[in-house]
Design a protein around this ligand. Structure first.
Ligand SMILES: *[C@@H]1O[C@H](CO)[C@@H](O)[C@H](O)[C@H]1NC(C)=O
Ligand SMILES: *[C@@H]1O[C@H](CO)[C@@H](O)[C@H](O)[C@H]1NC(C)=O
Ligand SMILES: *[C@@H]1O[C@H](CO)[C@@H](O)[C@H](O)[C@H]1NC(C)=O
Ligand SMILES: *[C@@H]1O[C@H](CO)[C@@H](O)[C@H](O)[C@H]1NC(C)=O
Ligand SMILES: *[C@@H]1O[C@H](CO)[C@@H](O)[C@H](O)[C@H]1NC(C)=O
Ligand SMILES: *[C@@H]1O[C@H](CO)[C@@H](O)[C@H](O)[C@H]1NC(C)=O
Ligand SMILES: *[C@@H]1O[C@H](CO)[C@@H](O)[C@H](O)[C@H]1NC(C)=O
Ligand SMILES: *[C@@H]1O[C@H](CO)[C@@H](O)[C@H](O)[C@H]1NC(C)=O
Ligand SMILES: *[C@@H]1O[C@H](CO)[C@@H](O)[C@H](O)[C@H]1NC(C)=O
Ligand SMILES: *[C@@H]1O[C@H](CO)[C@@H](O)[C@H](O)[C@H]1NC(C)=O
Length: 272
């Protein structure tokens, strides 16, 4: 338990403001060991949504004065209770303290979550009155922000007779994603696929997979991600393939006619 005490003090010093407050404090910090449960829950939230981070602590004495703070990498929100009322509140834009008097519940609401908001959040309750100041609770919650992939399949310019097809899974988070090609419903060897995997500026991922087709049959892209209740399967049917080949033939003909006309023009100019 002595080790626990040191660990708690060091972790408090990670937040510069808390550390400064500790140095300024005239009262020694006493750790109420039985009140410190390092339980950590996980909340999975879609981007743009909100999450409630519970402090999981009920103040036992109405006349106590204490602070409640929300930390992630920095301090996001802090409120103070004194003389049976909440007197001070300073919070970042997307954070809000929620107090439900009926159930004596304290929590923080963090809204419009973005990918870079993924991380561990701590609710820290510290009693100031009566002295000595005492850490009453430190409740950790891990917030995992998720974004499903936007999946599409299409023909990439036909280099040869049969088109190269591309499957795009865009803007997903976290990075773990399975993307595979199927030919007439059978999984294709991954070695036939060429993939490009990149990180977007917002921290999300994009995966493009290319496959050189060798016939006009059903080709499907199969994608699985933790955000999907079942794998997404998008199919290019033979009709799409023939359409593409017709387009290629038409354009090949146009290229032929254009270059023939060009040489004819040069020939006429030379003769003249
Ligand atoms: C709580 O912390 C103690 C000491 O740091 C550790 O031994 C214990 O495994 C932790 N419990 C949980 C549930 O994380
Ligand atoms: C968070 O709690 C507040 C107040 O209890 C409630 O109105 C809101 O719907 C909750 N939000 C989520 C995402 O659970
Ligand atoms: C609450 O705190 C007050 C003043 O600090 C004290 O007189 C009182 O006994 C406490 N009540 C309980 C139930 O602990
Ligand atoms: C998915 O991608 C398509 C094509 O790039 C785009 O038009 C569409 O708006 C995207 N959908 C979402 C939900 O981002
Ligand atoms: C190809 O796909 C179409 C429609 O998606 C389906 O009706 C047909 O049975 C498929 N053919 C094969 C050989 O899988
Ligand atoms: C996939 O490739 C391996 C080795 O290159 C080969 O043994 C196997 O038969 C291939 N599977 C299919 C379905 O083509
Ligand atoms: C597909 O064909 C192009 C052009 O012939 C080649 O550069 C590429 O490596 C091929 N891709 C795969 C996955 O075989
Ligand atoms: C894409 O790249 C990320 C980061 O480099 C990696 O974690 C992930 O496993 C890669 N995904 C695939 C499908 O290769
Ligand atoms: C987090 O991401 C959002 C949107 O992608 C961006 O506006 C914000 O500046 C980022 N914050 C940090 C600290 O990087
Ligand atoms: C899809 O992925 C999820 C988690 O990422 C996994 O639990 C599930 O079994 C996968 N489904 C298939 C059909 O592979």
């Amino acid at each position: 338990m002595k080790f626990l005490k040191y660990e708690m003090i060091l972790s408090k010093c990670n937040a510069v403001t808390t550390c400064a407050w500790m140095l300024l404090s005239l009262f020694p910090v006493v750790i109420a060991e039985d009140a410190l449960f390092n339980s950590s829950s996980i909340q999975t939230v879609h981007r743009g949504m909100s999450v409630n981070i519970s402090c999981n602590y009920k103040p036992s004495n109405d006349s106590d004065g204490f602070t409640v703070e929300l930390h992630s990498n920095s301090k996001l929100c802090s409120v103070m209770k004194s003389n049976k009322s909440w007197i001070k509140q300073s919070c970042k834009d997307h954070c809000r303290f929620v107090w439900i008097p009926e159930t004596v519940q304290m929590s923080f609401e963090v809204s419009n979550l973005q990918i870079n908001d993924t991380g561990t959040y701590k609710c820290v309750v510290t009693r100031l009155i009566p002295p000595p100041s005492q850490l009453l609770r430190e409740e950790k919650t891990f917030v995992q922000v998720i974004v499903p992939p936007n999946v599409s399949v299409s023909h990439e310019g036909a280099l040869g007779e049969f088109p190269t097809i591309v499957c795009r899974s865009e803007g997903f988070y976290p990075s773990a994603l399975e993307q595979m090609w199927m030919r007439n419903g059978e999984f294709q060897n991954a070695s036939l696929t060429y993939s490009i995997n990149k990180t977007n500026p917002d921290g999300s991922f994009t995966l493009h997979s290319f496959l050189n087709t060798s016939d006009c049959v059903n080709y499907s892209c199969w994608v699985n991600h933790s955000t999907l209740s079942q794998p997404t399967i998008l199919t290019l049917t033979p009709a799409d393939c023939y359409e593409n080949r017709d387009w290629y033939k038409e354009n090949g003909w146009i290229v032929f006619v254009t270059s023939a006309l060009f040489f004819l023009t040069i020939l006429i100019i030379m003769i003249v």
